[in-house]
Write a protein that binds this ligand. Structure first.
Ligand code: FES
Length: 117
């Protein structure tokens, strides 16, 4: 599934609130734009386990939020490179890694720590 959300930035202590956890379907990925950052939010399981990565595939810029999820892996829709979301590593090309962002849940909302600048 691909969904576009535009997060209204609310930074506090380096954390940015994205959206309510309930907006992210379990087992799906969603695209979230937050300021200059384009993110893929993967809702891996219930109870809530999330992984947030860069949305742009490091191979050639494919839209990872539109990729197919298989457990804790996602396959890029452009050239089918697979990434392990737990490590960020590409399973087909050693040394290629996704940027992963620390995330947490607070009061039912998903927060992410994004680099500044
Ligand atoms: S752009 Fe993702 S595998 Fe090529």
């Amino acid at each position: 599934m691909f969904a576009r959300y535009d997060s209204r930035i609310m930074s506090r202590d380096g954390w940015t609130r994205l959206l309510p956890v309930s907006d992210f379907p379990v087992g799906r990925a969603c695209f979230v734009a937050s300021g200059d950052h384009e993110l893929a939010v993967f809702h891996l399981s219930d109870p809530d386990r999330f992984i947030v990565t860069q949305n742009s595939c490091p191979h050639a810029g494919g839209n990872l939020a539109a990729g197919e999820m298989n457990g804790a892996c996602v396959t890029c829709p452009w050239h089918q490179w697979e990434f392990n979301l737990d490590t960020g590593r590409c399973t087909l090309s050693e040394g290629v890694t996704l940027l992963r962002y620390e995330c947490r849940i607070e009061s039912g909302d998903l927060y992410v720590r994004l680099p500044s600048g």
